[in-house]
Design a protein around this ligand. Structure first.
Ligand SMILES: Nc1ncnc2c1ncn2[C@@H]1O[C@H](COP(=O)(O)OP(=O)(O)OP(=O)(O)O)[C@@H](O)[C@H]1O
Length: 428
């Protein structure tokens, strides 16, 4: 356990707090042995800044009532959660890692787990529970949609909280993408954006506290008023017929994992030095990811190699490129209805400047996107969607952000490939 501290109850927020400089908080001792054990991260700055309040009101006492033990870590900044999950030797003792935040902290935790030598065992078998308190909650939206559970804001949050404390909760596999940039290899579960949609995502972050998920609509209006387009080269390997994958859910509270081998872990790093995306040796991670490609792909080149002849290349001026591996871009936002949780393809979407007739059409498209109706009409035939196994984006014009799972990845080019490495997400 990390520095565990003396507990006292803080009357104003009704939470067990730390004294001293420790981060780790646990409930009072249980009278009978607990039936589960959770590692919980709360990002107090996520979304409208209410995540700690949500945890205290809707999760903490219910976990104690259900006899579920937990260790609460209130994150102190970017990279904090990453540093903990990549160095904790006792991570096998938890039934799940619960994240009270948005997709950004999940991205950080998954990439922290990917830094571990036991990544292949841990990631598929240590579920992620999600208490949505960020402005982007697409992963949980996609999973609950698959389970036909409610996605409207209030019921979405209540369902998410009830899942965490449900002793019958299941963990559903979700396959990860391998992302390669000139500097790094890392994992992602959701999307890669560039151009209009990437700009909206990053430039609207300053409205997060006031508007929550409404920030995307505000950002869209501002960006449309001053529309920017970008030249770039987009290369991709089209997906053939889909090969249905077998990946069964499992019970979260049934077992914890025995460590499969003696793991040699690194020491935790000081907070100010921690990058969100891990700093693993580039070649070692590249080799790891290649072992997770499906054999039917043929040869996927490294980013510094030319694309093979069976790839398609489009060099043009783009309004946006947006690649999705799941169905939803937010809890209510349907983007690719056909995307599955375990899918052997990702969905490359793009719009070329020459195909978009006016800003009004684009505004209507963004409005339809907000309501999940952008696929329903011929009016948006500039919106192309192609299932692919792998794609590469090489911007020619600078200025736009390259955004992976909602995070601004500062890089000059990017490649993403579907893999068979699954994370697991709690639902019911
Ligand atoms: N205490 C903290 N203060 C500031 N940032 C933090 C803190 N803890 C975590 N973070 C970082 O905040 C970022 C955004 O978190 P997250 O996406 O989960 O919430 P969000 O409010 O929904 O943001 P987004 O709108 O990007 O989804 C993450 O990259 C995470 O590393």
């Amino acid at each position: 356990m990390s520095n565990c501290c003396r507990r006292y109850c803080c009357c104003c927020c009704n939470v067990f707090c730390c004294s001293g400089n420790g981060h780790s908080i646990s409930p009072p001792p249980f009278e009978t042995p607990p039936v589960g054990n959770l590692l919980i991260f709360v990002n107090p700055k996520s979304g409208a800044g209410r995540s700690l309040e949500v945890f205290n009101k809707q999760i903490a006492s219910q976990l104690i009532a259900k006899n579920i033990n937990y260790e609460l870590i209130v994150t102190e900044g970017s990279g904090h959660a990453c540093s903990i999950v990549k160095t904790r030797k006792d991570i096998y003792l938890f039934n799940a890692i619960v994240i009270c935040s948005g997709d950004g902290l999940i991205f950080e935790v998954i990439n922290g787990l990917l830094e571990r030598p036991d990544r292949s065992e841990i990631i598929p078998r240590l579920p992620i529970g999600i208490v949505p308190s960020g402005s982007g909650n697409a992963l949980l939206g996609s999973v609950l949609h698959t389970r036909k559970l409610p996605l409207e804001d209030g019921p979405f949050q209540q369902t998410a909280c009830s899942i965490i404390q449900d002793l019958e909760a299941l963990a559903f596999p979700v396959n990860l993408l391998h992302i390669e940039t000139p500097e790094q290899h890392f994992g992602a579960f959701l999307s890669i954006g560039w151009g209009l949609l990437g700009d909206i995502d990053i430039e609207s972050e300053r409205f997060r506290r006031i508007f929550g998920s409404g920030r995307f609509a505000i950002g869209a209006v501002l960006r449309l008023l001053n529309l920017r387009t970008y030249r770039g080269r987009l290369s991709f390997l089209e997906s053939g017929p889909s090969e249905p994958a077998q990946a069964d859910p499992f019970r979260v509270y049934e077992t914890t994992m025995p460590p499969p081998f003696e793991v040699v872990m690194k020491e935790p790093e000081p907070l100010e030095r921690i990058p969100i995306i891990p700093d693993s040796k580039k070649e070692e991670m590249g080799d790891f990811w290649e072992t997770r490609y499906l054999s039917s792909y043929g040869q996927i080149p490294r980013l510094n190699e030319a694309v093979p002849e069976n790839w398609t290349i489009i060099e043009d001026e783009f309004v946006f490129v947006y690649v999705m591996s799941l169905s939803h871009i937010s809890n209510k936002g349907y983007y690719v209805p056909q995307a599955g949780l375990v899918d052997d393809r990702i969905y490359l979407t793009y719009a070329l400047k020459k195909d978009v007739t006016s800003k009004i059409t684009l505004a209507k498209f963004l409005d339809a996107l907000d309501h999940g109706r952008h696929n329903e009409t011929q009016a948006f035939d500039f919106f192309k969607i192609i299932p692919v196994k792998s794609f590469r984006l090489e911007p020619i014009d600078s200025g736009s952000y390259i955004v992976v799972d909602g995070e601004d990845i500062k890089c000059k080019s990017i490649q993403a490939t579907v893999t068979n490495l699954n994370m697991a997400v709690m639902a019911k």
